[in-house]
Design a protein around this ligand. Structure first.
Ligand code: DC
Length: 226
């Protein structure tokens, strides 16, 4: 059977399991996984390193023009983020970047540049992209849209464990505070805020396993591919 290539958009709050799910769904379907949050994180790292004044649109635009973000597969076939040719996968997950990324993501210049790049990356379809505005702004005609949620405490625990696996010891309170802040900024910004698209399927991951999340998305995807 000839299956149609589709775009799968996975949006939702921070640390709900979007990227872990998206990666595995992409593996099962032989699709490309694109982590749009990593792109905003890479821009944030660049702005921090260059001491960009976020209130200066000209400076923001100038540095954005010198920002080249790409994804490359490592030896384990996992996608890693590169900023101007350098592997920044580890750096962009640090708390230093997490604490700034939502603020940087409110800037129109940044959003326009990233949305443009994301649309180019998804042009050929056969992609799973996760983020905050993929089903609403980047690919409003995506064949499958998922909106993920989970209880705050579960999200904070999962994120803390993830950081610990990367040898970063952060208090649960600090992790939770960061998630609350990011939810607030991501949902209230004026440029494409985090919203559930009306035609998105909601998946609450609080009480389900990763395998169950992946199975559910793959099942829905297959139903759109025939
Ligand atoms: O998915 P993440 O937690 O790595 O994303 C980091 C931040 O990037 C998130 O707090 C808001 C921003 N972001 C965004 O504004 N739009 C997207 N499509 C993806 C991420």
């Amino acid at each position: 059977m000839n299956l149609k290539k589709i775009v799968i958009a996975i949006d939702g709050y921070s640390a709900c399991g979007k990227s872990t799910t998206a990666k595995q769904v992409a593996n099962v379907l032989g699709y490309r996984y694109i982590d749009s949050g990593a792109m905003y994180r890479a821009v944030t790292l660049q702005f921090l390193d260059r001491h960009v004044a976020l209130t200066n649109p000209r400076e923001v635009s100038r540095v954005l023009e010198e920002t080249n973000i790409t994804f490359n597969l490592n030896s384990q076939k996992e996608s890693e983020t590169f900023l101007n040719g350098l592997n920044v996968e580890k750096k962009i997950r640090s708390m230093r970047v997490s604490e700034m990324v939502s603020q940087v993501s409110t800037l129109k210049e940044v959003r326009d540049a990233m949305v443009d790049l994301q649309r180019k990356m998804g042009r050929e379809k056969g992609v799973v992209m996760d983020g905050r505005d993929i089903g609403t702004t980047v690919f409003p005609h995506a064949e499958l849209k998922i909106f993920m949620t989970a209880d705050m405490l579960v999200r904070a625990f999962r994120r803390q464990r993830e950081l610990l696996e990367k040898k970063q010891l952060v208090d649960l309170d600090e992790v939770m505070e960061n998630l609350v802040q990011r939810d607030r900024i991501d949902t209230t910004r004026s440029e494409s805020p985090l919203r559930q698209a009306p035609d998105a399927t909601v998946i609450d991951t609080t009480y389900i396993t990763l395998d169950e999340q992946v199975d559910e998305v793959v099942r829905l995807a297959l139903s759109r591919m025939i």
